[in-house]
Design a protein around this ligand. Structure first.
Ligand SMILES: NC(=O)c1ccc[n+]([C@@H]2O[C@H](COP(=O)([O-])OP(=O)(O)OC[C@H]3O[C@@H](n4cnc5c(N)ncnc54)[C@H](OP(=O)(O)O)[C@@H]3O)[C@@H](O)[C@H]2O)c1
Length: 281
């Protein structure tokens, strides 16, 4: 029996990357998954491939009516919603604070923060009625560490992490768990799309990104969507029934600090200079 047997799940941003792999793994674990995203051709193809326990609903998460319909139609169709994985997101090429385009800023907040609020707003009554549920919101190491991504993205993800804690404190009283899941550097098309590449091309740029992510963290391999999907299974499953209000960071140790070997290399010059002083007395 799978870890998610019979769990009715909605995954947003399920047409590629972390969301697509999560949909595959959730199905393997026995869940019924409603995949959401804007690219209908890609989503329909993936859902078709995943079989009768998968379906796709074209949804722009920046559109309140679309999010409301996604959730209410899923609840009407299955009679319940056990898991909502608010995962949709996009990247943004970093610029300085004086160069920020407020259209980009608003779009980032709409998709990463407002959409997560909308998802929780409309799923809360459904989960309250059943007195159970697991909400997973995709954060990022960018929520914890400045400088690696645009200030706009970092701020949006920090908001997602804290928003999740706030709602966990409220919905926990109804047996509903809310956690954020913060990936480190994961090989997906988000980076290519963020600099304007066609989505299909960006989603296929696996080798180019993998090679650059091998040394992005202490664990010496690139992070993959699979790594996040497995953590999402844990948060969605009954194995985490006492886990509420946490941010589960899955980053190969990236935010623990500088890699040890890198830190030691950085100290080499200073150590040599000090040793020389000691020799000279
Ligand atoms: N990859 C990383 O290193 C990394 C690190 C930390 C956090 N994250 C986060 O992980 C999440 C998934 O990203 P990913 O890396 O898997 O990138 P990805 O492969 O580009 O996936 C992004 C997904 O979000 C969907 N999406 C974007 N805007 C949307 C909108 N307005 N409405 C509905 N769906 C929308 C996209 O689908 P459509 O194009 O079909 O709409 C796609 O399915 C994001 O929240 C991202 O910020 C990623």
């Amino acid at each position: 029996m799978g870890a998610l047997e019979g769990k009715i799940t909605i995954i947003t941003g399920a047409t590629s990357g972390i969301g697509a792999r999560s949909a595959e793994v959730f199905i393997e674990e026995g869940a019924t998954v409603v995949l959401a995203g804007r690219r209908a051709d890609v989503g329909e193809e993936l859902a078709g491939r995943l079989g009768q326990n998968a379906s796709f609903v074209r949804t722009d998460v920046a559109d309140e009516a679309a999010v409301k319909a996604l959730i209410e139609d899923t609840a009407a169709r299955y009679g319940r919603i056990d898991v909502l994985f608010n995962n949709a997101g996009h990247g943004l090429a970093p610029v300085g604070i004086a160069e920020i385009d407020m259209h980009d800023f608003d779009a980032m907040m709409n998709v990463h923060v407002r959409a997560v609020v909308l998802g929780m707003k409309y799923v809360a009554p459904v989960m309250r009625a059943q007195q159970s549920g697991s909400i997973i919101n995709t954060g990022s190491v960018a929520a914890h560490r400045a400088g690696g991504s645009s200030q706009t993205y970092c701020t949006a993800k920090a908001a997602v992490v804290h928003l999740s804690r706030c709602v966990a404190a409220e919905l926990g009283e109804d047996g509903i768990r809310v956690n954020s899941l913060s990936p480190g550097a994961i090989v997906t098309g988000i980076f290519g799309k963020g600099i304007g590449l066609d989505a299909g091309v960006a989603d296929r740029a696996v080798a180019e990104i993998s090679a650059r992510f091998v040394r992005a963290q202490p664990i010496p391999r690139a992070g993959m969507p699979e790594d996040i999907a497995r953590a999402a299974v844990f948060l969605a499953s009954d194995a985490s029934s006492f886990v509420n209000g946490i941010d589960l960071v899955v980053d190969g140790g990236a935010i623990t600090g500088t890699r040890f070997s890198q830190g030691m290399a950085g100290r080499k010059d200073m150590t040599a200079a000090l040793a020389k002083m000691a020799e000279q007395g």
